[in-house]
Write a protein that binds this ligand. Structure first.
Ligand code: 6PG
Length: 238
């Protein structure tokens, strides 16, 4: 497991951002297809981009997508798009046609098809799957990533690029990139902070038998293009 460990979550966000900008600037003639996660961890990242990196990011070449979205309206407090819009997108110099949100207000099955068509029309394809330049992932306390939860391990290997997922306990529908799409990206980054994730990270890093139950583990195994950006709290058992 490839890691980049910083003292604080802000330092980890900064290190990740510097790497993102390096990748973004590799080919200044091409659009850069970036898929971002929701949940709480990336808030510090988006805040940082707004506060300190506004002038350093070449916004006009960015095409932004969501790794996963909760099936709720965009103004719902649970909307990943809504969170990013409030913190960053409303202020960023980015045109509406560069923002490819999941329409969480649609019926999930219809949105799976609509979003897959939008992704297929705009993201380059290799090996029959979309090939994002960078996918930014989080990791949940149960080892899930994107909206691939331990009770739906089949989403790691299904042949669709985008799927409908179900969040355990709440039954909330989600739209998510599948394992094959995530693995097909040029770069994959996990941004994970806080002591609460330390034990799972250790199991993943140790290739523990229990790690087999974590969707994140199956993505993390590809150390050629997967990097974990961690703060010291999350990395404390590594
Ligand atoms: C979501 C996410 C999800 C997230 C993890 C970690 O919509 O919830 O995209 O996969 O990355 O659940 O969430 P936290 O950052 O809130 O711990």
């Amino acid at each position: 497991m490839k890691t980049n460990i910083s003292i604080s979550s802000l330092d980890a966000a900064r290190a990740l951002t510097e790497q993102f900008i390096t990748w973004l600037n590799v080919d200044k003639n091409q659009d850069f297809h970036l898929a971002i996660s929701g949940g709480s961890t990336p808030m510090i990242l988006f805040q940082l981009w707004k506060d300190l990196y506004f002038d350093k990011i070449d916004w006009k070449r960015l095409q932004i997508y969501w790794v996963d979205e909760r099936c709720v309206a965009p103004d719902d407090a649970e909307s990943n798009y809504g969170m990013t819009k409030k913190i960053l997108l409303d202020l960023a110099p980015i045109a509406p046609d560069q923002i490819h949100r999941v329409w969480g207000e649609n019926a999930p099955d219809a949105e799976q098809i609509r979003y897959a068509a939008e992704v297929n029309a705009t993201v380059p394809t290799t090996n029959g799957f979309p090939s994002f330049d960078l996918i930014l992932l989080g990791m949940g306390d149960d080892g899930h990533t994107a909206s691939i939860f331990p009770h739906q391990m089949e989403l790691l290997t299904v042949n669709e690029a985008i799927a409908v997922a179900i969040k355990p306990n709440s039954d909330q529908r989600r739209i998510t990139l599948t394992g094959k799409t995530i693995r097909n990206a040029k770069q994959v980054v996990f941004f994970v902070t806080g002591e609460g994730k330390a034990a799972i990270l250790k199991e993943i890093s140790d290739d523990a038998t229990t790690a087999q139950n974590y969707p994140s583990y199956h993505i993390a195994k590809d150390s050629t293009k997967v990097i974990f950006y961690l703060d010291q709290a999350a990395a404390k058992l590594l």
